[in-house]
Design a protein around this ligand. Sequence first.
Ligand SMILES: Cc1cc2nc3c(=O)[nH]c(=O)nc-3n(C[C@H](O)[C@H](O)[C@H](O)COP(=O)(O)OP(=O)(O)OC[C@H]3O[C@@H](n4cnc5c(N)ncnc54)[C@H](O)[C@@H]3O)c2cc1C
Length: 256
Amino acid sequence: MDNNQLKEQTSPAPVIERIRHDTRRRTLMVESVIDITPGMRRIELTGGDLADFTSLAPDDHIKIFVPATDGGEERRDYTPRRYDNAERRLTIDFALHEAGPVTQWAIDARPGDRLEIGGPRGSAVVSKTVKRWLLIGDETALPAIGRRIEESSAGTVITTIAAVTGPLEEQVFTTSVELHIHWAHRPLSQATDAAALLKLLSTVDIQPETFIWVAAEASVTRDLRAYLLERGCPLGWIKASGYWVFGKADTTEKFG
Ligand SMILES: Cc1cc2nc3c(=O)[nH]c(=O)nc-3n(C[C@H](O)[C@H](O)[C@H](O)COP(=O)(O)OP(=O)(O)OC[C@H]3O[C@@H](n4cnc5c(N)ncnc54)[C@H](O)[C@@H]3O)c2cc1C
């Protein structure tokens, strides 16, 4: 699909329903810790508090609370990768990097440890009429990308472009959707450089009525979003977030 065809796209933007949830703190216990890849630690948590846990969109986020060195509390955003009310289980995938307090907590976590979480405060649910997705991101986006891939129904077409450090970090997803997955390899030291993702993105055909979701380091998200707009993708079909900001703790950015 060339730029002009995309620019001529007249379909209205899909409805995004914003649903608020009652939120409260939940105290959970670590049930298991496994590294699904060398750089991605999966922690399963359990607790009676999960009986009424709700997360309606794959890119929802919860707050994770851990003690701060000054006696206060640190809080960071993480994606509920999977949850099961009946089993009282919540799964979170932690991208391991030079550790801030929550990554350090995940590195040290052992079965039986406690963790406090809050939220999600709300879910932004994109209309089920959307049947084509382009999901772009780095390691921090993979939990939401994986959840979208696994929760979408047959008949959905999902193209994913994900930046990871190498072949060992490529994840496998079980899904009934038509999945086209492209991995961009770059060292973590280049996590603020959009080049590897842009190179792959320039080779991908973007059909009209494709919902494009982007999450990565904020400067990378900004560059990807600018490229997509330049290519003619309509603003109402793009959701782009900076999931972290290089050199700044506890910082995220939202782009229109
Ligand atoms: C909506 C949302 C959902 C998210 N979901 C997930 C998720 O499911 N899994 C996940 O791993 N992350 C996720 N993130 C990103 C995560 O919140 C940040 O990476 C967070 O900064 C990690 O906290 P920290 O305490 O380890 O580091 P911080 O104390 O916040 O930061 C310490 C230093 O590490 C740097 N840093 C932060 N993250 C990274 C990184 N990924 N790679 C390299 N350097 C980094 C910061 O720039 C800072 O210099 C999500 C973010 C958002 C906004």
